[in-house]
Write a protein that binds this ligand. Structure first.
Ligand code: 3PG
Length: 306
């Protein structure tokens, strides 16, 4: 049995070694494909794999067609918008994720981003502090709740909204429920976005929401670039010269936006929210254990294409 570990953005060595340990103890062989350049490379590597562990690597119909023995793909992470679920189901391939395993790393980055923007991207001009400021959390799941806890510990006032959670549940998670998404944007100095990219959410954050934000506010996106309507973002930043945007996923037109808006905008060079040794180990080892449990016991607890 062969597990392909396909990571265009490689895991820390300790995670790779841990995955190998778990797999080899269970009698599996691990093949490694890192920093590959094309879909064709992935197709060639997956041809004889029974299982595959990925990160944001794209699992397309072509990859699934090439993967003649594949039974399971585990996305070592939370978001699985990079996997064509319908095609996987049509190929009888189980798709799983590892929810919560890299959440702390992403939450720490969201907090760091708030401070980075408050301090003018570490330029010498006088900045502002986050103490006493209001942060609105859009989607109060694993990452959102951790951002809320950390923000509260830093003296921020925490508000949240989540279409799948009642006001009671949001209160139990330690945040003040916002009356509406519009109210969250209108009332908070920072909005931290934690929604997945789905047909319903893609392009859903645009001019109407962003331009509602109060003076000097910052939008923080450690979720997916697709959830932002980039034309709407640009219009809002043009009209409101006090607003700022920081993202872990560069907009398509980032170079032009950077040129126009300078230190009011920042994007990491590569998605790095989950790029810590700890998150790599947590998510990578969970993925390996899930694959072993799938083959040994038929466990599909984390399946997302049921
Ligand atoms: C996730 O959905 O878990 C994060 O976006 C992490 O993505 P990455 O594994 O590509 O860093």
């Amino acid at each position: 049995m062969k597990i392909l570990l396909a990571t265009q953005k490689p895991f820390a060595a300790a995670a790779v070694n841990g995955i190998k340990d778990i797999a080899e103890k269970a009698g599996f062989e691990v093949a490694l494909l890192e920093k590959y350049e094309s879909e064709a490379d992935l197709c060639a590597a997956v041809a004889d794999a029974d299982a595959m562990i990925i990160r944001s690597d794209k699992v397309t119909p072509a990859v699934l067609d090439a993967a003649k023995n594949l039974k399971i793909v585990v996305r070592a992470g939370a978001g699985y918008d990079n996997v064509d679920l319908a095609a996987a189901t049509a190929h009888n391939v189980v798709v799983e994720n590892t929810p919560g395993q890299n959440s702390n790393a992403v939450a720490e980055l969201a907090i760091a981003m708030m401070i980075y923007m408050s301090r003018g991207q570490f330029t010498p001009a006088a900045g502002t502090e986050i103490l006493g400021k209001k942060v609105g959390i859009q989607a109060f799941g694993n990452v959102g709740r951790l951002v809320g806890k950390k923000a509260e510990a830093l003296g921020m006032k925490v508000y949240a909204i989540d279409p799948f959670l009642s006001a009671e549940k949001i209160k139990e998670g330690g945040a003040e429920p916002a009356e509406s998404l519009e109210a969250l944007y209108a009332g908070c100095d920072f909005v931290s976005v934690h929604i997945p990219a789905t047909p319903q959410t893609i392009g859903s954050i645009g001019y109407d929401l962003i331009s509602k934000m109060p003076k000097g506010a910052t939008l923080v996106n450690t979720a997916r670039k697709e959830v932002i309507d980039e034309a709407g973002l640009e219009k809002a930043l043009e009209q409101r010269t006090d607003l700022k945007y920081i993202t872990d996923v560069a907009p398509d037109n980032y170079a032009a936006l950077k040129e126009k808006f300078g230190t009011r905008i920042f994007a990491t060079p590569k998605k790095m929210g989950a790029q810590t040794a700890e998150a790599n180990i947590n998510a990578g080892l969970a993925a390996a254990n899930q694959i072993v449990a799938f083959f040994k016991d038929g466990c599909t607890k984390f399946q997302v294409n049921k």
